[in-house]
Design a protein around this ligand. Structure first.
Ligand SMILES: [Zn+2]
Length: 382
């Protein structure tokens, strides 16, 4: 196949034998032997955070440092073929421009919006969580419904594209808020054209989120078949982040951190991984739309690891082409961006080239050769 690109748009896609005459000023790139893949969507990312084995500590680094981290992550995302980053939580800091304290990722989003070679971004603002769940100072804490609603309102006023709730509570067997409290947040957001998503590590929290009518669950590490069936009926998305467990398992070899190295820690990771794979499998069988996330930054993965999650989805029972769809078109559906994760004539030239066939081998996504939207403004045929 050949693709003609002009000013960042796809003019045509044709069999190479039917290209017809190509004007002499067109720059021809010989991409022989590679596969054209739509730019991917990392539907669960934290662009201001670096990830790695001390991922939570790094969230307390200075805001200027985290803004630098975001620029590095922007490079890594692009080089890995990721066009869209959906940021599901960042630390807040005072912005010198107006003296207002707001989520750092909103600043990154606004900066990247002006540069078509940077990742396209949607940002949730800061995490909204019950006290006693995540380290103090990282999240906006709200223990009661009215506080939660006020905190949600503030995030939207700050310019968040959607809201991120943390549906794990201080007690594992209880959700942090009632269904009514979460429903009020969903209604507020929907009334302003915004979505609500939630971190979901437990079944009890997942049930509250689904019942309350939020738009998606992140992780969904403990779903059952009833929860999955209701998600499918309502159109609730699941954003999978299974590669986390592969990353943590690797830390048994590459760190000396006791919680990864010691037998008990290894077994805990293995058990949670098995349950999480089962959950994604149940969701897939129920027909839930699954988008794909790395959780880079907010977890231990790095910004160029989305291929690892596609591999993990195949392990959970998706066919390779279904897992690729999760990382492309399903992510676009979650964002409400009909052009994200697709290639078509007249659409943006948001594609990249890999070696191998990702329709039957997800590891092909690691072998990126060229990314069409990265700096190179000259028109080209491929
Ligand atoms: Zn996360």
């Amino acid at each position: 196949m050949s693709v003609l690109v002009e000013n960042g748009r796809v003019v045509w896609i044709r069999p190479t034998a039917e290209e017809g005459p190509v004007p002499s000023e067109v720059r021809v790139i010989d991409a022989g032997g590679s596969t054209i893949v739509p730019g991917m969507v990392d539907a669960h990312s934290h662009v201001t955070l670096p990830g790695g084995s001390h991922w939570i500590d790094r969230a307390f680094d200075a805001p200027e440092e985290l803004l630098d981290v975001a620029e590095h992550n922007g490079d890594l995302l692009g080089q890995a073929g990721v066009r869209w980053a959906r940021d599901v939580g960042s630390p807040a800091a005072v912005d010198a421009a107006d003296g207002q304290r707001r989520a750092l990722a909103l600043r990154v989003r606004d900066r990247w919006q002006k540069d078509p070679t940077r990742p396209r971004m949607r940002a949730a603002g800061t995490w909204l969580a019950h006290s006693g769940v995540l380290p103090a100072g990282l999240t906006v804490e709200a223990d009661e419904g009215p506080q939660l609603l006020a905190a949600a309102t503030k995030q939207l006023e700050d310019g968040a594209d959607f809201l991120k709730l943390y549906l794990d509570g201080p007690k594992k067997e209880e959700a942090p808020w009632s269904t009514e409290d979460v429903r009020a947040v969903a209604e507020l957001a929907h009334g302003r054209g915004a979505q609500v998503t939630a971190h979901s590590g437990t079944l009890v929290g997942a049930r509250v989120g689904i019942e309350a009518g939020i738009d998606s669950l992140e992780h969904g590490f403990e779903l059952d078949s009833d929860a999955a069936a209701q998600m499918a009926r309502q159109g609730t998305f699941l954003v999978s982040t299974l590669a986390l467990f592969r990353s943590w398992a690797s830390f048994a070899e590459t760190t000396t951190l006791p919680r990864f190295v010691e037998d008990e820690g290894r077994q805990r990771v293995a058990r949670r991984r098995e349950r999480a794979i089962e959950s994604v499998g149940l969701a897939h069988h129920a027909g839930v739309r699954i988008a794909t996330g790395t959780d880079f930054g907010g977890g231990s993965l790095r910004a160029n690891h989305l291929a690892w999650e596609v591999e993990s989805l195949v392990e959970a029972g998706l066919k390779p082409w279904e897992a690729l769809a999760s990382a492309t078109v399903r992510g676009g559906e979650l964002l409400g961006e009909p052009e994200a994760g697709r290639i078509h004539e007249g659409g943006p030239a948001d594609f990249f080239l890999v070696h191998g066939n990702p329709l039957n081998d997800p590891t092909a996504l690691w072998r990126v050769w060229k990314v069409a939207w990265r700096p190179d403004p000259r028109a080209a045929t491929l």
